[in-house]
Design a protein around this ligand. Structure first.
Ligand code: C5P
Length: 238
């Protein structure tokens, strides 16, 4: 089955802009991510519309609340039939376990956010997370696996370490991806698409480099070609 590795972050303020962009894209060449901004503005109807249009959807709402509230939210999200969804590992063991129970292993992949890729060491220290980002990410990823989650969102810079620790079947989704000639924006820990794949990422979340490109379709094609060549050349399995 076709398993596109690029997930386009539809970080738009309304459904129209998201639908205008996706109308140009082929669901065989990417998946799409609906995050807090778009979901708050356009709701589950848009998620259903995107799925009707053939796209597999990663619902990126990063739930983080008391266990029963997160369990209910996860059940509702999985009920929409999304391909992937996430919760915040910082919610702790009870919350992660409740979420897993609400979304049994199956069609919807349930993954955890470890540390946002916009957080540097100073930002972490300021909120009381001591140590370097790698240690925090490692601890949260182990906790997520222990609670039965399917994978984590993490910076591609942490992917080699996570791949080694977690084994081949643990899903690694990496945002903070920037082609060499595109602005870094507010992301602090960035990696090129090829480097992310080489580092062991399964899926790459890419937003502005594609959505703000003059030619989004051309940019997506270029990125798919880059990682496709890598895949062929290096005999990667997926
Ligand atoms: O535009 P850009 O490529 O920076 O978009 C990255 C996307 O990945 C955004 O939608 C952001 O919310 C999301 N994300 C992230 N870091 C995480 C988890 C998700 O940047 N740790």
């Amino acid at each position: 089955m076709n398993d596109p590795r690029i997930i386009i972050a539809l970080d738009f303020p309304d459904a129209k802009q998201a639908l205008d962009l996706t109308a140009k894209l082929d669901p065989a060449s990417c998946r799409v991510k609906v995050g807090k901004e778009l979901f708050t503005a356009a709701g589950p109807q848009l998620v259903e519309k995107l799925m009707d249009n053939g796209f597999e959807v990663f619902l990126d709402l990063k739930f983080h609340d008391i266990p029963s509230t997160v369990a209910g939210a996860c059940k509702a999200a999985a009920g929409l039939g999304v391909w992937m969804m996430n919760i915040h590992a910082l919610g702790g063991r009870k919350m992660l376990t409740a979420a897993r129970e609400a979304v049994p292993v199956g069609n919807t992949r349930l993954i955890a956010v470890t540390l946002l890729t916009s957080m540097g060491s100073e930002d972490m220290n300021e909120i009381g997370l001591k140590g370097d980002p790698q240690d925090v990410v490692q601890r949260l990823a182990l906790l997520a696996r222990d609670c039965g989650l399917d994978g984590v969102v993490a910076s591609a810079l942490e992917a080699p370490m996570l791949r080694k620790m977690m084994g081949e079947s643990f899903c690694l989704v990496t945002p903070g991806i920037r082609p060499a000639d595109v602005s870094q924006g507010d992301q602090k820990r960035v990696t090129s698409p090829c480097q992310a794949i080489e580092n062991g990422a399964d899926y790459l979340v890419i937003g502005r480099p594609v959505t703000q490109a003059e030619d989004p379709v051309g940019m997506l094609r270029r990125l798919n070609e880059e990682i496709g060549e890598l895949k062929d050349g290096q005999g990667l399995s997926a």
